[in-house]
Design a binder for this molecule. Structure first.
Ligand code: ATP
Length: 566
């Protein structure tokens, strides 16, 4: 297939904001597709979602490649970039202009684009930058303006076609089912995706028939999307929604860890956003070896930090460095030790357990793990129908410096990738949201030249919509594992455009904020405004999919309004 066909479709998707229309466009495209791999390009990638491979291309390198392919000096391209803001559009202009002036036009195939993109993460060592530059400029030299726009946007991870994974799922369903089977097929496709995180694989199986798709199984060592919780208002609400008796567990204040051991004994550890952090946690591999006797398994857990001297548990921020840092691991293991609190099991000795009821899974897990304090143990759990007992358990969790409780239905299966109503979370602070920073404003006086106010955005179908502005709760010297200056340095790498004191920032840095309440407001694109938002945490453990969606915010708003008025 020609890359021009793909970029025409990108353009169509970009021009149409309706999800239904996007699904139709994608479905027509899928019908023309031979191999499934091009689906990755629809997601702005060259690899499946579970892959950790990254292009590792900066905007600066793209500018160099554009300059090389067009013969226009870098500074002029940078000037355009400052004016236009989107490097993709700059590429369209620069390469488009050059194309008009040359007769040379070798047409670009999707295969060639995929091949070159796939070589990028493999390059290492001396001369890497030069080789990356050649791979990119080779593509740009054969590209039209429009093609160049999407190549550049793919490279910098900002495709802007507003296609989330749900739309790709719907397009696959639309292509391969008729209207009365749609709902069932959609469930099957979603389940296969949650188990594999690979749309190309799903597409290939689907072409052979739905039965092939149904055969897809969990595979230890291959990350799967985790099950997420909804909020409970209080214990009574919790009981009402999950039934009696319910399982109550401490909601630990740490970070999620999905621990896998495959048939060959290889341990792999993934975070909630499916990053492979195995190398950062040799201590956990040791706990697994010593305390879980099984050939293969997948367990779901929360890792919490403790002080190596006093052995007191510490908040998440204190240990967040352990996820990111790639060097001096042994030193960090000693300074920032963690305890793994296992709360679910998904797979054991060649058998998937996700279809089993929670009650059974938790028993299997508790029989399997030999607990050892400050290393690995099973989550504190109370199964009860009694609200008073649950209330005391909730107080104990808070006294033990944990965040609150999880409330779980005893009969439910594990649903990868879904925010489910059979697992609820109960925490004292209700007004909390995870948002992404998409802009900033430089301060005045002592704070001149420092970004001190931040635009916060929520997520809506692959786009990010502003919802408020916050100055940070971070202090100059920070206890959040990151100083104010470091936050500035990080954000600056993602500045797309500056005008006056304002800056547009690429959505990369995710923060938890607390706020007083939400109002409807025309000021921001989301249609809502947060009152008194304050940044309380940086969430390196979360990805853009975890940013609060406009729908969640709007539902919360409606629920809250109902509570106030009735
Ligand atoms: P929050 O931001 O409130 O921590 P979250 O957005 O990280 O929540 P949710 O799925 O909404 O994620 O809440 C569940 C999270 O709580 C899990 O992702 C997990 O990291 C954590 N957790 C802590 N203890 C438990 C437990 N016993 N069972 C399940 N999840 C737990």
């Amino acid at each position: 297939m020609r890359y021009s066909e793909l970029s025409d479709m990108y353009q169509e998707l970009e021009d149409n904001s309706s999800r239904l229309r996007k699904t139709e466009i994608l479905s027509n495209f899928l019908k023309k597709l031979n191999g499934g791999e091009s689906i990755y390009l629809l997601q702005g990638k060259a690899f499946p979602d579970y892959s950790e491979k990254e292009f590792g291309i900066s905007e600066r390198l793209c500018i160099k490649a554009l300059s090389k392919a067009s013969g226009i000096v870098g500074d002029r391209i940078i000037d355009d970039w400052k004016k236009i803001g989107d490097l993709g559009e700059v590429a369209e202009k620069v390469i488009g202009k050059k194309k008009q002036n040359t007769l040379f036009s070798k047409s670009l195939s999707v295969r060639k684009v995929l091949d070159n993109l796939r070589k990028l993460p493999e390059l290492e060592g001396k001369g890497t930058i030069g080789r990356k530059l050649s791979l990119i400029s080779e593509l740009l030299t054969s590209a039209s303006g429009k093609e160049a726009k999407y190549i550049i946007r793919t490279l910098i991870g900002d495709l802007r076609i507003g296609v989330a994974s749900g739309t790709i799922r719907d397009a696959i369903v639309q292509t391969y089912s008729n209207s009365d089977e749609k709902k069932e097929v959609s469930g099957i496709v979603q389940e296969a995706y949650d188990k594999t995180n690979d749309f190309a694989l799903i597409f290939e199986k689907m072409r052979k028939g739905i039965d092939e798709l149904k055969k897809i199984q969990l595979n230890p060592g291959h990350p799967i999307k985790l099950m997420l919780a909804l909020k409970a208002d209080n214990l009574e609400d919790g009981f009402k929604r999950v039934g009696r008796p319910a399982a109550f567990e401490y909601k630990y204040d740490g970070f999620r860890m999905l621990i896998n051991k495959d048939k060959k004994g290889k341990v792999k550890i993934f975070t909630r956003r499916l990053d492979n952090v195995t190398n950062q946690f040799p201590d956990v591999a040791g706990y697994i070896r010593d305390h879980i006797k099984a050939d293969s398994f997948i367990i779901d857990s929360e890792a919490i930090g403790y002080d190596p001297k006093s052995l007191k548990y510490r908040p998440f921020e204190a240990i967040s460095q352990r996820i990111k840092r790639k060097h001096n691991i042994e030193k960090l293991v000693k300074e920032l030790p963690i305890e793994v609190n296992v709360f679910d099991i998904l797979y054991l000795n060649g058998k998937s357990l996700i279809g089993e009821p929670f009650e059974k899974r938790t028993k299997i897990m508790r029989d399997l793990i030999k607990p050892y304090k400050h290393k690995i143990r099973c989550s504190h759990q109370l199964i009860t129908s009694d609200e008073k007992k649950a209330e005391k358990f909730y107080k104990d969790a808070l006294k033990d410096n944990q965040e609150g409780l999880m409330i779980k239905n005893l009969h439910s299966r594990y649903v990868p990738g879904a925010r489910v109503g059979h697992m609820l979370k109960l925490k004292p602070a209700e007004n909390e949201l995870d948002l992404v920073i998409t802009g900033g404003e430089y301060g005045k006086g002592k704070r001149a030249g420092i970004l001190s106010s931040f635009t916060l955005s929520c997520r809506d179908e692959g786009k990010f919509l502003e919802i408020g502005k916050a100055s940070t709760g971070l202090k100059e010297k920070e206890e959040l594992g990151l100083s104010f200056k470091e936050l500035n340095d990080r954000l600056r790498r993602f500045i797309v455009k500056e005008s006056g004191r304002g800056a547009v920032i690429k959505p990369k840095i995710i923060v938890t904020i607390i706020y007083q309440n939400i109002q409807r407001s025309p000021t921001y694109k989301s249609g809502f405004a947060l009152r008194f938002p304050r940044i309380v945490r940086l969430r390196d453990d979360k990805g853009l999919n975890d940013v609060a969606s406009l729908k969640e915010i709007s539902d919360d708003y409606v629920r809250h309004e109902l509570k106030v008025h009735y």
